[in-house]
Write a protein that binds this ligand. Structure first.
Ligand SMILES: N[C@@H](CCC(=O)N[C@@H](CS)C(=O)NCC(=O)O)C(=O)O
Length: 143
């Protein structure tokens, strides 16, 4: 969410919510699913990371030029979600005990992305497609 607009030289206004603010409860109560991220694009308010990413994809013209590319973007996105889940567990549960194993397994976890990358212009381009456009958004995330 942060990286996509930055990569495309687009602005993203980010409100980082501290734990102290979050625990006050008023923001949680105002969020559709009681969770962050919350994403604002004009009068459109979105929740849930993947729909937000897909909205950014479409707004930045990065969601593939045809059905095939869209499907490949979805594959990469869901693969990334699985990878993130592993590291969220590492970070928020038993970091010291799990980190060695995570580092050892990382090359295997990155392999599918390398495979996808290698299938597009011999790894000389992006995972999907060749690349972009404009928008101003606000994003609430937790630190
Ligand atoms: N399915 C949601 C999950 C969002 C989520 O897990 N948000 C966490 C922070 S990363 C949260 O708001 N936790 C605080 C809470 O549940 O009170 C998504 O993909 O955006």
């Amino acid at each position: 969410m942060r990286m996509m607009p930055a990569d495309q030289s687009q602005s993203l206004k980010e409100d980082v919510v501290s734990m102290e603010t979050w625990l006050q409860g008023f923001l949680k109560a105002s969020c559709m699913y009681g969770q962050l991220p919350k994403f604002q694009d004009g009068d459109l308010t979105l929740y849930q990371s993947n729909p937000i990413l897909r909205h950014l994809d479409r707004s930045l013209r990065l969601y593939g030029k045809d059905q095939r590319e869209v499907a490949l973007v979805d594959v990469a996105n869901n693969g990334m979600e699985d990878l993130c889940c592993k590291y969220v567990t590492l970070i928020y549960t038993n970091y010291e005990m799990s980190k060695e194993n995570c580092v050892k397994e990382l090359p295997g976890h990155l392999k599918p992305f390398e495979t996808l990358l290698s299938q597009n212009q011999g790894g000389q381009a992006f995972i999907v497609g060749t690349r972009s456009l404009s928008l101003t958004t606000t994003c609430w995330t937790c630190c």
